[in-house]
Write a protein that binds this ligand. Structure first.
Ligand SMILES: N[C@@H](CCC(=O)N[C@@H](CS)C(=O)NCC(=O)O)C(=O)O
Length: 347
């Protein structure tokens, strides 16, 4: 099957103006992007072009920007090692945020869901190429081979094409999208909150391989072992939120009031954990968190689960797959499950 191209119009953070223009609808540009352009005025424009003029005349790179007396003789500018600023009329963000991003994705992939959330949150102009991972298109394979460190590796989503570049790996693509579009709104602003958000995100993410271990278990003993490691991982993630209580007291997200990439890195797994583990392993995430006094993690889950971009993208997954979210996620992760205790009991 060929990849389906879905042209998606931008959606504002408030989700008030959300719309999905299928079938090649005209792309609208995000409000946040306009703000980015305003905020990112390059130094050469701020100083009225004096620095460029100075560089052209062979003067020091700082001429016209700061008083000569303020520049230490060991500075890069004085030593002549400062980057050549001639022709530097803009920075990367100013120009590239206007270009439409194309993301190769699979509707149900938790990794591709990360940059998708960031694209939506940022009001970026983007298109989705929804790939059938069971029957990959030649275009998808070639695009992956162009960008992956392992050109002959198994092609995977997400892949982002933007500004003439092709990028792989969800965490890096998420970072790129967040920095390129939407005025850095998703990047933690406060360093301490950022610390707590990141340690939480990293710790929560350590549960992901344990989740796959639970799905891959081939007998009750393996499952019990994987499950207890998974629960221990959840408790550690809960502890990270607790450790950051004072810093994060202004809001429910990993960094407090600010919704950031730290939330996005972790949150896409929440509905998968809930639905897939319940179905294949009879494991109830919410009950487990309650039984293990993980109130901080429960509050974070409540906040990210109701985030408008999350609600919106989950709805889109149903539209793309033509299935309920439950059926779509169960089908996506079926390939990891070779032993099903329910089926074993029934047999
Ligand atoms: N480390 C990668 C993992 C991406 C990944 O595993 N994607 C899965 C889909 S959820 C994939 O495309 N697998 C290839 C396949 O199913 O053949 C990332 O974070 O981007």
């Amino acid at each position: 099957m060929m990849a389906t191209t879905m042209t998606t119009t931008m959606m504002t953070t408030a989700m008030g103006a959300r719309s999905l223009g299928g079938g090649g609808g005209r792309l609208r540009r995000g409000r946040a992007m306009t703000t980015t352009n305003k905020m990112r005025t390059p130094a050469t424009r701020r100083d009225g072009g004096r620095a460029r003029a100075a560089a052209r005349d062979g003067a020091a790179a700082h001429d016209g920007i700061v008083d000569a007396g303020l520049v230490h003789e060991s500075s890069l500018a004085s030593c002549g090692f400062a980057p050549d600023r001639r022709g530097a009329t803009t920075n990367g963000k100013t120009t590239t945020a206007k270009e439409t991003a194309r993301m190769w994705t699979s509707a149900t992939c938790p990794f591709a869901h990360r940059p998708w959330l960031a694209l939506v949150e940022s009001g970026a102009p983007f298109e989705l190429n929804v790939e059938n991972l069971e029957n990959k298109s030649e275009g998808f394979k070639a695009t992956f081979a162009r960008a992956s460190p392992d050109a002959s590796g198994n092609p995977s989503v997400p892949i982002l094409e933007h500004a003439g570049a092709t990028m792989v790996e969800s965490a890096l693509v998420l970072k790129y999208v967040s920095e390129t579009f939407g005025n850095d709104a998703l990047i933690p602003k406060d360093p301490l909150k950022g610390y707590y958000g990141q340690i939480f995100a990293d710790t929560f993410q350590a549960c992901v391989p344990l989740y796959f271990k639970m799905l891959r278990a081939t007998n009750a003993e393996e499952l019990a072992e994987a499950e207890s490691a998974f629960v221990a991982g959840l408790k550690k993630a809960n502890r990270c939120l607790e450790l950051g209580t004072n810093a994060r007291e202004d809001g429910p997200y990993a960094c407090g009031a600010q919704f950031t990439t730290c939330d996005i890195m972790a949150m896409t797994f929440v509905p998968r954990f809930e639905i897939v583990l319940d179905h294949y392993r009879g494991f109830n995430l919410r009950v487990t968190l309650k039984e293990n006094d993980c109130a901080a993690l429960e509050s974070w889950i409540a906040a990210v689960s109701t985030r408008p971009s999350m609600v919106y993208t989950l709805g889109e997954i149903e539209k793309m797959t033509g299935k309920s979210l439950t059926d779509a996620f169960i089908a996506h992760f079926a390939k990891f499950v070779s032993w099903n205790p329910k089926a074993a009991t029934a047999a």
